[in-house]
Design a protein around this ligand. Sequence first.
Ligand code: F6R
Length: 612
Amino acid sequence: MCGIVGYTGNRTAAALLLEGLKKLEYRGYDSAGLALQQEGRLIIAKKAGSVADLESILEPGLDQNTVGIGHTRWATHGKPTDINAHPHCSCGDEIALVHNGIIENHQELKEWLATDQGHRFISETDTEVLAHLIEEFYEGDLLMAMRKAMKRVIGSYTVLALSSREPGRLVCTRQSSPLIIGLGENENLVASDITALLEHTRNTKILEDGEFAAITADTIEIIDADGKAIEREVFEVTWDLEAAEKGGFDHFMLKEIMEQPDAVRETMRQRIDHSSYKIQLEDLGFSAGELQAIEKFYIIACGTAYHAGLVGKNVIESLTGIPVEVDVASEFRYREPLLKKNQMVIVISQSGETADTLAALRLARQSDLKVLAITNVVGSSVSREADHVFYTWAGPEIAVASTKAYLTQLVALYLFALYLGQIRNSTKPAITEQIVEGLIALPGQLKAILAADSINRLKQYCRHLAGWDSAFFIGRNLDYPVAMEGALKLKEISYIHAEAYAAGELKHGPLALIIEGIPVIALATQKAVLDKTLSNIQEVNARGGAVFAITQEGFKDVVRQVDAVFYLPPVIDLLAPVLSAVPTQLIAYYAAVERGHSVDKPRNLAKSVTVE
Ligand code: F6R
């Protein structure tokens, strides 16, 4: 998500840090900042916008400073503004730090620091809490203070800090977020991402979760949470810059598919109380009264986000009994929808900048309807214009084809539906428990789906698929929107013409197109309609279609009727779309690779569609 760089040595720190931050810009950013040590004090420069914007505000004469830290921010808590940009400082500006990740208990810590200890906060970020917390324990040794402070912190983080009282010294730690130390000649570097280091060194030491390091130009001291010294081997990086940006994967799309277990976990973080099965979405800002009064929802989105909306309709209706209409934004705008009091609009947009979605949002607000935005980009147009925002914390998505953002949109919709059910007393506690248990299991199940042997089986199938110019996706009930999403993904990057059909609709026309060998991807994950789906698979078989089924472990009858099968771990019908989307993403990806296409930047498409 955010990017971190640090330098200590005898070269100009500001120039090196800016250069490192620019290397991290490919991941997306909304603001940037630096802290430099200068004769017993810290110079802080930070700015909303690009690294070039930050560069433009730097005072001349900073080239004497040889120690500093830098950051590119991808906002999670607080809008992308100059104040919210990192570094954040302690009260006396003696300590400055940069942070990636989320501090889950920041509210509680902030209350303690502000009320009991008299600290002054100036930003809306969770990060600022860390600067004040470390200050509480600071007695001239930043490593010691950080070690003590982090014992009180819950969350995922990489933190890099410096103090005006310790010239030449950087201190860092990590928990579930990467941090790499780069070893140089009379200089050392730190970064959250190998891309920022490669130009300077290939020799690294990788910090593990819960470890701390103090770094000077000539020394690296690594300790564990109890202060015990740790010897770390040097790891030599062999990737080139392009491979490093993609985390060693061939394409961003594959990297982002692989990031899905973490993206889903992040989106649920802090929003589920595991012990009581309660969903905690009070932060959204809707009052209980407002949510109780809703008589109908409109979900409005485009493309992949629209497919998430189709799943959301089913989930909200079944958990709350409130009717939901789902619309493609470009249609909603021009069809004069019957908008009435007590209706609410949910817009879904990864980028938060899609022109049609934004126009639909404005139409809803002009009609005095409340709007909830589900988006991945803090500070995006959609997030600024909606009444309230549910952020999917998927991290920047770079490949044009949306994958991890889609999965997190689904999770957002499940959480919102459960929350509504809770507020309106419309979901039975046993059902809530079952769904919450299922949600908590998803990251682990996604990891299992993404294991190498399942992928190898899919690759084999994709070789067959890649030889065809046409394919079908079929499914019933919640498998139908997943089929639509699978077909869109295949079209978009492999350029194979793909049609999604509600499986029961085949016989009303498209069956005429089923010929010997034609690929048909059948989603058969819904227990409630499994027999019906199997009948439709038989209709395809009888015409010679080559059926590849995506189903659940334990659905034994499926394998007897198809050419190949991909098993998902057991999952309740309602949550199956989160798992079944993944093999369809991989099918699209490997078919596109097999056909030699530009996977991350398919022809004629853009990541952010800001034209109508
Ligand atoms: C397909 C894809 C697009 C987007 C659509 C909406 O893989 O990514 O269909 O889903 O352009 O974009 P957002 O979500 O940014 O509004």
